[in-house]
Design a protein around this ligand. Structure first.
Ligand SMILES: Cc1cc2nc3c(=O)[nH]c(=O)nc-3n(C[C@H](O)[C@H](O)[C@H](O)COP(=O)(O)O)c2cc1C
Length: 320
């Protein structure tokens, strides 16, 4: 079985990928999408989005990181994919699921699910132009307005030459509304002859067992649940190894929070990034942990990184 940390634009950047893969359980992670329009990105741009490409495509903990592209101009996507490979990328994933209106307006992401033949053309073009040893995969939703083209889109990705497909089990119009239709992942898995990864609404070990059972997939991708419960993949791996499952206590989580903040500061210390990212994360974790709510309230009014750092140090001591 494989556990994959989902690409999440604006949430799971290199620092979050670093932290979550250190905590453990993930076999692979995927970068936030890199949007391809009419330009060819420079090395600096690739490194800004995916610094992992300079370190063997691995996070600090050694977890492989896949580069995700989003666009609809097959030629330019191929040129950019080749550049990414030249700078170090060793696996490329294509985004056919982003629901953002700006992206869709420019013919990127989920809107392509209305045009399976264009999806086929994009995948085929990239497969033909990329070196054979570079794996190419796709990620899709079940459709745009409805699911009527779900199987066609999946077939387009497989027939275009992708060696794997992740299915976020909702249409674009369903947004992030539960439930995710895990039964549709099974339909797709049974229809294509490439490995399918199931994705959508895995927030607990129980959800993981159910998505596996319903979809029949051995490979599962986790997005928001990975951020809300940073040790979720570790719990799943403990379970799969036949070991006792132990949930992290908040003393351990408090250490991860401080580490995360330090990693953010190391990346960009002279702007709002560290404090904003910490608040974003606590804002999500507070759904699962009462102490995260308490800490969120403490840092919410604070803007200065030094003061936040002090609050985190005191907070960590109180959790021991
Ligand atoms: C904030 C956010 C950003 C996302 N960005 C991307 C992205 O860059 N590329 C992508 O393929 N999917 C993206 N997704 C979708 C996730 O990868 C995933 O398919 C979706 O969240 C469902 O999984 P989950 O229920 O485990 O979160 C994003 C989701 C969220 C919540």
């Amino acid at each position: 079985m494989q556990l994959i940390l989902a690409p999440m634009q604006g949430l799971c950047d290199d620092v979050m990928r670093d932290l979550l893969t250190r905590i453990g359980g993930y076999d692979e992670c995927v970068s936030e999408f890199v949007r391809i329009t009419h330009t060819v990105h420079s090395r600096a741009t690739w490194l800004k989005h995916i610094p992992e490409i300079a370190t063997g495509n691995k996070t600090f903990a050694g977890t492989p990181c896949t580069v995700q592209l989003l666009g609809s101009d097959a030629d330019n996507m191929a040129v950019n994919a080749l550049e990414a490979v030249r700078f170090g990328a060793d696996k490329i994933d294509l985004n056919f699921g982003c629901p953002a209106p700006t992206v869709n307006k420019h013919k990127g992401g989920a809107v392509l699910l209305k045009e399976p033949e264009l999806i086929f053309h994009i995948v085929k073009t990239l497969r033909e132009r990329l070196p054979a040893h570079i794996p190419l995969t796709g990620k899709m939703r079940l459709g745009f307005e409805d699911k009527s083209l779900a199987l066609e889109c999946a077939a387009a990705i497989a027939d275009g030459g992708a060696c794997g497909l992740t299915v976020h089990a909702r249409t674009k119009v369903e947004g992030y509304e539960p439930p995710a239709h895990w039964d549709w992942v099974r339909k797709i898995r049974e229809a294509v002859d490439i490995p399918v990864t199931a994705n959508g609404d895995v927030f607990s070990l129980k959800d993981y067992l159910e998505i596996k059972e319903t979809s029949g997939c051995d490979s599962v991708m986790i997005g928001r649940g990975a951020v809300i419960r940073p040790d979720l993949a570790r719990q799943i791996k403990q379970y799969e190894a036949g070991n006792a499952v132990s949930e992290a206590d908040f003393a351990e989580i408090a250490g991860w929070i401080r580490l995360f903040f330090d990693l953010c500061l190391a990346k960009e210390s002279n702007n709002k990034y560290p404090v904003a990212r910490l608040k974003q994360w606590l804002g999500m974790m507070k759904k699962a942990y009462a102490p995260a709510q308490e800490l969120f309230e403490q840092v919410r009014p604070i803007k200065e990184a030094d003061e936040v750092r002090r609050i985190l140090a005191v907070f960590e001591q109180t959790q021991i």
